[in-house]
Design a protein around this ligand. Sequence first.
Ligand SMILES: Nc1ncnc2c1ncn2[C@@H]1O[C@H](COP(=O)(O)OP(=O)(O)O)[C@@H](O)[C@H]1O
Ligand SMILES: [Mg+2]
Length: 173
Amino acid sequence: MLAADRVEGYERDMTPQPITIPLPTEDDTAALAQKLAQMARVGDALCLEGTLGMGKSLLARHFIRSLTSQTEPVPSPTFALLQTYQGRTGPLSHFDLYRLEHEDELLEIGFYEALEGSICLIEWPDKAGRDRPQNGLAVRLEEEGAGRRATLVPGLDWQDRRDALIELVGPTP
Ligand SMILES: Nc1ncnc2c1ncn2[C@@H]1O[C@H](COP(=O)(O)OP(=O)(O)O)[C@@H](O)[C@H]1O
Ligand SMILES: [Mg+2]
C-alpha cells in the first residue's frame, strides 16, 4: 500500500472528503472566517469559490481583520487583483482574480511569491487555471434559504487540521 493511501480523510483515489457548514446569517460567515484565520499558517492557500454575492469578500474581510485589527480597511482587490497585509501570524495576501486576463499575469502580480511566503485568500481561484493551488483549502459558498452554506474541501496541506475543520460544523441538533 502506498503511504498516500493511508492519508486520513482521503478515499483510496485521493479524493478529499468535503465538510459542509450551514451559515444562516452573515454573523455565521464572519465566525467561520475568524476560526479559519486561527488555523491558517504561512504557505496556506484558501480558495474562495462561489458566484457573485455569496460572501467571498465578506469572509476575506473578517479573516483579515481577525489577524490585523477590527478597524483595518479591507478594500476589494477587484482592480488591483492583490491587497497585502501584515497579520499577527505572518503576511496576508488577498487576491481577486476575476479580472485576470491571462495566467501569465500571475507572475507579475506576485502570485507565486505570495503562495510561498504568506497566507493567501483567493477569490475566483479557477482564473489561475493550471496554477490554481491544489493542496490548499477550498471554501465553496452557496445559497441556502436566506443564508449560505459553506463546503470545505481540505487539500493535502490541511489533512493535519481535518479534525479541527470538522469541529467547525458544531454539535448536530
Ligand atoms: N451567511 C450569510 N447569510 C446571509 N447573507 C450573507 C451571508 N454571507 C454573506 N451574506 C451577504 O451576501 C453578500 C456577500 O457579498 P460579497 O462578500 O461581496 O460577495 P462576493 O465577494 O462573493 O461577491 C453581502 O451582501 C452579505 O451581506
Ligand atoms: Mg468579492
